[in-house]
Design a protein around this ligand. Sequence first.
Ligand SMILES: Nc1nc2c(ncn2[C@@H]2O[C@H](COP(=O)(O)OP(=O)(O)OP(=O)(O)O)[C@@H](O)[C@H]2O)c(=O)[nH]1
Ligand SMILES: [Mg+2]
Length: 200
Amino acid sequence: MVFGRSSSRRPVEPVTLKILVAGGFGVGKTTLVGAVSEIKPLRTEETLSEVGRPVDNTAGVENKTTTTVAMDFGRITLRDDLVLYLFGTPGQDRFWFLWDELAQGALGAVVLADTRRLEDSFAAVDYFERRGIPFTVAVNCFEGADRFPAESVRGALDLDSEVPLLLCDARERESAKMVLVSVVEHALARVGGQRPHVTT
Ligand SMILES: Nc1nc2c(ncn2[C@@H]2O[C@H](COP(=O)(O)OP(=O)(O)OP(=O)(O)O)[C@@H](O)[C@H]2O)c(=O)[nH]1
Ligand SMILES: [Mg+2]
């Protein structure tokens, strides 16, 4: 009698990749991780205080009552053999010291942007450019925010032509998933020399 399963039937261990979800304060990082994660996302939210009002610029996201103080964590299976671990960064400048820790081992990153406060994304774009970490820019289209053509946003952020730029709704799972697929394809192309197709 033969016990155990033949090796040909053994399920393939998925490749796991680490992706950062970054960007300025209140652009929707925690929202995006929560929208796509298939596990209950780990969050480290603290209430925005009156004392912080002068430094916490909530213009455009006036209903925002909390902010990430360490990180968000989530997971999404893009394909049976491809799992992403998502790490959302804190958005406020005073937590920048955490970014180096979070960025270790990351394959790539999403830089979320809000066209009402595009300048808040400059630091994240700079951060990944300097470290050579591939990234996709995703404009989170808040209602009431002016819509600009992708090329104008690309110009304003002074992005290289190879950096993917998408419009998204961070609250929508499919939209957020497309952003993640873009990061993975872009990052793997940088590693492998050609653009792979990550079908889901
Ligand atoms: N209308 C609209 N609201 C959004 C969208 N994405 C996020 N929000 C709201 O905007 C606010 C900011 O979202 P968060 O996900 O907390 O932003 P964050 O980037 O994680 O913020 P920090 O961690 O504080 O930097 C929340 O009140 C969300 O409900 C969006 O696409 N459209
Ligand atoms: Mg957050």
